[in-house]
Design a protein around this ligand. Structure first.
Ligand code: WTA
Length: 653
């Protein structure tokens, strides 16, 4: 990768054309930002008008971060429907305009262009199918689909009738799916016969059936016919979606929803326990998703916008479906992967559909950078105007490559920091307003008040490094953990009372720019996929030969972080390469391929304090090969354990 190291952008001014043509320039940013934090009711009261309300709100912000009485309500007496805002209200002006461009896995399969009118028909029909199956307002519907247009139809159909969707990423295993169905007691599942990624088939229906052996309460499985592959079938429970939709009414009146009614649940990993069902609600979420989509990507009418995320993650929710469609945008959904059939695919898709705005993750950028510039140079990319990054810190080297090679110095890069919990982007450049520094997410979006605290919760001023907190509420934030409000309050508001704790470390420079340094809790970020080390550990200890496991992240060139597992075997068991493979397959099976361990080290003992707590700090250092810098080991019950671990690690070389 050394050929890329020669670029050196320190700060990049806002290009003149951007200053003049973007929605927000520096002046506007500063004035509006001040207003947004000083007079939030006035500021958001006006912003809320970007949506069509059935009954307009009279109250705007009613929130408190005070521990333990945390409560978040926005626009609380207003009513609206999300699907009506994302589809119906565009029909008059944009009925014939493309809403969704679908680009399939195989470039030889024709792409689809779905107009707003067609989107309306599909959403209404699917909503009527759900109703006919007995889905009612407030019911949870689990969606386990590949990157085809149907998940967007399904999300909007749920929103239309007031059902709460819970999307489970198509790469998760049957066990992970079963857990998520169980947690929210969902009785309805929407899946497909098979998914397709990089030419490989993913048996979604078969996985669903395996999951449902554990979920006896599921009444209906709607199945999208996608690859046409044969699937196991249960009469009376399974229904082909195309057949049901063909027979359904093409009109379905949107349900009147309160602004604070639930819109969706999305499971995400934390430092402890099972994944949490992050709950987002209707009004505030959509205002925030739409507004950030418009300003961060400077989305103008007719722009072709492509976010490469999967709809199974929050980025897909807010920035493939809800934000863009609320804005009447053209949003591209891509079924495939960056390197299939070869490493030019992203840029071929950009050229084919004349994409103007492109939003991806650093892990993809690094992988493509490693594949070599020739895969970029054989494409034009002239349509591109703006580039975006999300999911993990982008290292300056990857930033520079993205900027110079992909964007040919023409396209600003918006490095957007946010989380499943935040619903939308919180810290980001605005391309017409903010000068850029490679590796910095720069400045807060309107209404967002970040602060850096030390370990005791003292707010640090000026240039500082510590933990990132947010001081006050914004409309897009999560409202609770589904079914466990206590866990919500404990997880996010107990570490630093009165403040939302992000779980991220952060530095602020002399210009007030924020530099996210990564998670400070036991969450790791593998190829932009968020994972709790505790989840991988519990998968490992479920194996009959494993007695104990500790999992840490370590720096990985492409993935950002890799998964490093220390495994203690049951007495009498021998470590071997074959067993390592067995454990790797085991974890893939328990959670999904994204949780596949990168390295496994058999450890006769783990470093523990006298009270039995595993000292992960030491395990992280060993995984990083930082043997000289292990810190204080004097509080360990048995310091000799560390010597063994270091020796074993070194001998593996
Ligand atoms: C990390 C994804 C640095 C961060 C939208 C956060 C980032 C976690 C950035 C949330 C960024 C996301 N720079 N780090 N631009 N964006 N992160 O919930 O650690 O999947 O806490 O949401 O990703 O991951 P999640």
């Amino acid at each position: 990768m050394s050929e890329h190291k020669t670029y050196k952008v320190e700060t990049l001014k806002v290009p003149k054309a951007w200053k003049e043509n973007a929605f927000i320039d520096k002046d506007k940013y500063e004035k509006l930002y001040e207003k947004s934090v000083e007079k939030p009711d006035k500021f958001w009261g006006k912003e809320g008008e970007r949506l069509d309300w059935i009954k307009p709100y009279t109250r705007v912000k009613n929130t408190t971060f005070e521990f333990p009485n945390v409560s978040i309500k926005w626009f609380e007496d207003g009513t609206l429907n999300v699907a009506a805002n994302c589809v119906d209200r565009h029909l008059k002006k944009r009925g014939k305009q493309t809403a969704i461009i679908w680009e399939p896995d195989d470039p030889k399969t024709p792409a689809k262009h779905i107009t707003y009118r067609e989107l309306y028909d599909n959403v209404c029909r699917l909503a009527n199918v759900l109703k006919a199956q007995g889905v009612k307002k407030g019911d949870r519907v689990t969606i386990y689909l590949p990157m085809i247009p149907e998940p967007a139809y399904a999300m909007l159909a749920c929103a239309r009738i007031g059902a709460v969707h819970s999307i489970v990423f198509g790469g998760f295993s049957p066990d992970a799916l079963a857990g998520r169905i169980e947690d929210c007691k969902s009785e309805f599942v929407i899946t497909a016969d098979e998914g397709l990624r990089g030419g490989r088939k993913i048996p979604l229906k078969a996985n669903t059936d395996t999951a449902l052996q554990k979920n006896g309460h599921v009444k209906t499985v709607l199945v999208v016919r996608h690859t046409g592959g044969t699937v196991p079938w249960t009469d009376g429970r399974d229904v082909w979606l195309d057949e049901a939709m063909a027979g359904a009414e093409a009109e379905c009146p949107p349900e009147e929803m309160n602004a604070e009614d639930p819109l969706f649940i999305l499971y995400t990993s934390g430092s402890t326990g099972k994944p949490k069902g992050v709950l987002h609600t209707t009004g505030g979420y959509l205002v925030y998703a739409a507004m950030t989509h418009q300003y961060v990507f400077d989305y103008h009418d007719g722009d072709v916008y492509w976010c490469t995320a999967d709809v199974g993650w929050v980025t897909g929710h807010s920035y493939i479906v809800y934000g863009p469609l609320a804005n009447g945008a053209i949003t591209l959904m891509f079924e495939g992967v960056p390197n299939y059939p070869d490493a030019s695919r992203f840029w071929q898709v950009v050229d084919k559909h004349k994409v103007n705005i492109f939003y991806t993750a650093p892990t993809a950028i690094r992988a493509l950078m490693g594949a070599g510039n020739e895969h970029v140079k054989n494409t034009s990319r002239k349509s591109l105007r703006l580039l975006g990054s999300v999911g993990e810190p982008i290292n300056p080297e990857a930033w520079e490559w993205y900027y110079h090679v992909i964007g040919e110095k023409r396209c600003p890069i918006v490095d957007t920091w946010w989380q499943t919990e935040t619903g939308g982007i919180l810290i980001t450049p605005l391309p017409g307003a903010t000068k850029l520094k490679p590796g910095s997410a720069t400045l807060p979006f309107f209404g967002v008040q970040p602060a850096i605290v030390d370990a005791d919760g003292n707010i640090l001023e000026g240039e500082a490094a510590g933990n990132l907190v947010i001081l006050d509420a914004w409309p897009g934030m999560m409202r609770t953990v589904y079914g466990d409000h206590q866990r919500f309050v404990e997880t996010y508001f107990s570490a630093y009372k009165g403040k939302y704790f992000t779980g991220d470390g952060c530095r602020r420079d002399a210009d007030g720019y924020y530099w996210i340094t990564g998670r400070v809790d036991d969450v790791i970020n593998v190829s932009g996929h968020r994972m709790g080390t505790a989840e991988v550990e519990s998968a490992l200890v479920a194996h009959p030969k494993v007695s104990e496991a500790a999992v840490v992240g370590y720096p990985h060139d492409i993935k950002g972080q890799g998964i490093y597992c220390y495994v203690t075997l049951m007495s009498g068991e021998e470590g071997s390469d074959a067993l390592k493979k067995e454990l790797r397959d085991w974890v893939r099976n328990e959670i999904g391929p994204i949780a596949s361990p990168d390295q496994i080290q058999f450890a006769p003992g783990l470093p523990k304090t006298r009270s039995g707590k595993i000292m992960r700090r030491i395990l992280r250092k060993i995984a990083e090969d930082e043997f000289g810098n292990l810190g204080d080991t004097s509080t360990l019950a048995d310091p000799g354990v560390v010597t063994d671990l270091v020796e074993n690690r070194q001998n593996r070389r």
